[in-house]
Design a protein. Structure first.
Length: 82
């Protein structure tokens, strides 16, 4: 599990989408599909997105989870560049 350097990650905070009542999955998947080789996505969510972790895991993505501030969760997604 070789995580790329953090400088190669793009950050996406989905908490504002949830506040507006929007479904963030299409925007998340669009960002994941646009990642170049060796890039990753940092997702900031108001809860642990277990279904998303499973979905992207089935598509070959690794995930690392951290607790964020104020009850948020930070999930790093990337694909091994092998």
């Amino acid at each position: 599990m070789n995580m790329p350097p953090l400088t190669r990650f793009k950050r996406f905070d989905v908490r504002p989408l949830f506040k507006r009542g929007e479904e963030p999955l299409p925007a998340i998947l669009q960002r994941v599909r646009s990642l170049a080789a060796g890039e990753g996505l940092i997702l900031v969510a108001p809860f642990l997105p277990s279904p998303l972790i499973e979905l992207l895991g089935s598509q070959g993505f690794e995930a690392k989870v951290e607790r964020g501030e104020a009850g948020s969760w930070i999930v790093y997604f990337w694909q091994d560049a092998e």
